[in-house]
Ligand binder design. Sequence first.
Ligand SMILES: [Fe+2]
Ligand SMILES: [Fe+2]
Length: 251
Amino acid sequence: MEGKMIAKSMKMADLVHLNYLLLFVLDRFGIKLGFGDKTILEVCEEYGVDADFFVEVANSFLDEEYVPSSNINTFPAQLAIDYLRNTHNYYLEDKVPEIEGLINQMVTNCKLDRKNVEVLNNFFNVYKQELTDHIKREEDRVFPYVLEIAQAFHSGEISDELYQKMNEYDINDYASEHDNVEQKLYDLKNIIIKYLPPVRNSLLCHKILIELFNLEKDLNDHALLEDKLIVPIIAEQEERLEKLYNRDRQN
Ligand SMILES: [Fe+2]
Ligand SMILES: [Fe+2]
């Protein structure tokens, strides 16, 4: 499955058969099931989704080594940010509560192991807070900035305010402070795999682990889009805007 590239001419149904985890990607684009034999291109057109961008996202989801790319002139900034925001919502509103529910089930089920399970519970709570802070920072500061840059780039006009903003905090500042929330999940998994004494309900324990593995994979893909797609495109747009600003000032 890994390494297999998808193209716009492929049937959307085949994409789901290729990797069912892509169902989450479809959902974040607002694409619903029931697409019959339509191709990716046809379905994207129906939903008003940029098919090139969709293919980049799907390919990067299928292959972690894949480096997504886009043309700086046609990069659909609003669609990309909407996609990333929908993914954030999925983490905070669906996935985290689901894992919390499983951990709570374990707390009530495993009376004799309560102390150990509570270690896991505390660790997860700390993780949840870190993830929430990470997301809040991106949504409050980084995403609005990305949209502002993209908008200025397309209009070919840059205001003094935006130029100032760019000098105070640019996309490379974001890239260098962008921390790996996905890596911390590795420690969380290890608590269960290596250190927690075996609990009676091993099925529940495995369920939690599988959820953590899936979340980690999803977070990896999410960070890849932020680091390898958004950052280079916006950096290039910033550079052009800066030149434009300086040229306009000279005239
Ligand atoms: Fe994010
Ligand atoms: Fe992030």
